[in-house]
Write a protein that binds this ligand. Structure first.
Ligand SMILES: Cc1cc2nc3c(=O)[nH]c(=O)nc-3n(C[C@H](O)[C@H](O)[C@H](O)COP(=O)(O)OP(=O)(O)OC[C@H]3O[C@@H](n4cnc5c(N)ncnc54)[C@H](O)[C@@H]3O)c2cc1C
Length: 300
């Protein structure tokens, strides 16, 4: 871990919001639903599908969890009214997992009902390892009643091969990502090559099991490795998609993927909680500071 990044990350909460905003701005689509809708519309016009997320996590009361759920319902209605190509992503602790499992389940099911009527899809983001079991349980329960729900698996976790083996099958819809949280070595691989290899193998495992992977990475090695395998094995384009975070420069790679006829979906977060969220992420993963500085000098 770069000590300078860790030092910057630790002191960030001391900086005023105005100072931090320029760093968060490329990655966050405003604070309100109206602002987010404008960003999503512009991305759709460029050919990108979107999944959008209201920033926030770890709510502590029932009221807060219900308010978040209602904001997501307003968001789903706005997406429908504007006829956008856009799903939603939610975090279990934002819908009330810390308040109680029943709370998050009820809120998620409420959202899934609405999403069914608006023709949308809900992705359950994966948080840090204390929440992995509850998130998978939530997905499995939801899947019994709804088709429009997807899971996330983190390739860095040692348990992920077993999790995919358990979840695998024709109706599995899973976003594969490396995992953004800092986990201990007993829980997660730390070696980047091992994580890359497990990522690629897990995606192949999902495809071979008949499931639908969303390949969520900016790592060109992984994208190229998987794409080559998909082409070699004549996997049709409707059996997977690529996903990236809004604002991360990809040097024209995404346009090439679009030209090849693949679905490329951008993850677009927005909301009033952008400051706390950005600080938490930077503290958890100070490596992002290097990315942000590097990317300030690159083009989308
Ligand atoms: C669509 C999407 C959804 C995600 N959902 C989850 C989730 O539910 N749970 C979870 O734990 N993690 C999630 N992540 C985060 C993921 O786990 C990784 O932490 C993140 O994508 C960085 O890993 P990477 O695969 O891009 O590879 P890296 O090796 O980390 O990055 C490759 C290159 O991409 C660029 N880059 C990567 N991340 C950033 C960034 N934040 N800002 C600027 N440049 C960057 C850098 O140039 C870097 O060199 C998600 C990622 C994506 C793309």
């Amino acid at each position: 871990m770069n000590p300078l990044n860790s030092l910057i990350a630790a002191s960030l909460p001391l900086f005023p919001r105005l100072f931090i905003k320029p760093f968060a701005k490329p990655y966050v689509a405003g604070e309100t639903i109206d602002e987010a809708i404008q960003h999503i519309k512009a991305l759709n016009e460029k050919g990108f599908a979107v999944t959008t997320d209201i920033l926030g996590e770890h709510v502590k009361t029932l009221d807060e969890a219900e308010n978040v759920t209602h904001s997501y319902i307003d968001l789903l209605q706005a997406i429908k009214e504007q006829d956008l190509d856009c799903h939603i992503s939610i975090k279990p602790t934002h819908l009330g997992l810390d308040v109680g499992y029943d709370v998050v389940r009820d809120n998620l099911f409420h959202l899934l009902e609405t999403a069914k009527t608006t023709g949308s899809f809900v992705r359950i983001d994966m948080e840090n390892s204390p929440y992995t079991d509850a998130s998978i349980k939530l997905y499995l329960e939801a899947k019994l009643q709804f088709e429009n729900v997807g899971q996330v698996i983190q390739a860095c976790l040692r348990r992920s091969w077993d999790d995919i083996s358990r979840l695998n099958g024709g109706n599995l819809n899973v976003r594969m990502c490396k995992g953004i949280y800092r986990e201990s070595e007993t829980i997660a691989y730390h070696d980047s090559k091992t994580i890359q290899t497990q990522f690629v193998d897990l995606v192949k495992q999902v495809i071979n099991g008949g499931g639908y992977p969303a390949i969520a990475t900016h790592d060109i090695f992984i994208i190229d490795e998987i794409e080559e395998w998909l082409v070699e094995n004549k996997i049709s384009n409707d059996r997977f998609e690529f996903q990236v975070l809004y604002g991360v420069p990809m040097d024209g790679k995404l346009e090439v993927l679009l030209e090849k006829g693949y679905t490329v979906r951008k993850y677009v977060p927005f909301g009033k909680d952008w400051f706390d969220y950005s600080i938490r992420r930077l503290k958890e993963n100070p490596k992002i500071i290097t990315y942000v500085f590097k990317n300030m000098f690159k083009k989308d």
